[in-house]
Design a protein around this ligand. Structure first.
Ligand code: SAM
Length: 230
């Protein structure tokens, strides 16, 4: 059984896709997608030996060696050009996910959909998508085992479309769809972040005033204002 987090990612994989799951670890996601007939073929990419071996074993155990290739290597470098129609990258920070996309973007020519699941810093991914012609088409936020996760789904299109009529800086931070929906998990996450920023700002206010502390305090105040507005 897949975690709620990976199940949410799997839900967005188009039927018949050739899937590349990068940073696959146990390869649970591609195995699930293959067993459920969602994908014809999948590639599980892993850069670290231990997780790579776990992926190899899981694919053997589930009898999927003919449909899932496990490849060792950094990011999208394990793919041939135009190979994957859908790419999933889950369970990492948004900064790392954006870096993997940036370094491997030449491999994404035939990719129709990206499904990205950052644990933190989703804003880095939203910025990368805007700069690279990918349109965010859907977002989810969910809680599992007291952790909050976001899932971003993008296709090639008009990258600014979801930001129309919104303050771009805020929408990049909070997510253009998530800030509209404003579900319970979203409110929980950002109330928590806001309290954190307020305590940082209060700490700075107590200390010595320097150029650095002033700019850091202003930064916190901007974030607090943005959160209050949302
Ligand atoms: N995707 C799985 C999930 O969501 O449950 C595993 C997440 S695990 C926390 C992150 C995995 O990404 C680790 O196994 C790590 O070795 C791998 N990883 C990190 N950077 C990578 C890179 N540049 N290329 C491929 N794999 C990477």
């Amino acid at each position: 059984k897949l975690s709620k987090r990976l199940y949410t990612v799997a839900n967005f994989i188009p039927s018949g896709a050739v899937l590349a799951d990068i940073g696959s670890d146990h390869a649970y996601l591609p195995c699930f997608a293959a067993i459920n007939g969602k994908v014809q073929k999948a590639i599980a990419g892993e850069v670290v030996e231990g997780p790579y071996q776990s992926a190899v074993k899981q694919v053997e155990r589930t009898g999927l060696t003919s449909r899932i290739d496990v490849r060792k290597g950094d990011g999208l470098s394990v793919l041939r050009p135009s190979e994957a129609t859908c790419v999933t990258i889950a369970g990492m920070g948004g900064g790392l996910i954006a870096k993997i996309l940036e370094e491997g973007k030449s491999k994404l020519d035939q990719t129709e959909r990206l499904i990205l699941q950052p644990n933190v810093n989703a804003n880095f991914i939203r910025t990368w998508l805007i700069e690279n012609g990918w349109e965010l088409i859907h977002e989810e936020i969910l809680e599992e085992d007291l952790k909050i996760y976001e899932v971003l789904v993008a296709e090639k299109g008009d990258p600014l479309h979801p930001y129309n009529g919104k303050k771009q800086e805020s929408a990049i931070l909070f997510g253009p769809f998530l800030m509209e929906e404003k579900n319970e998990v979203f409110i929980k996450k950002w109330s928590h972040e806001k309290r954190h920023w307020e305590s940082v700002a209060a700490q700075i206010a107590k200390g010595k005033t320097t150029d650095e502390s002033t700019s850091r305090r202003e930064e916190m105040e901007t974030l607090i204002t943005m959160a209050s507005e949302v």
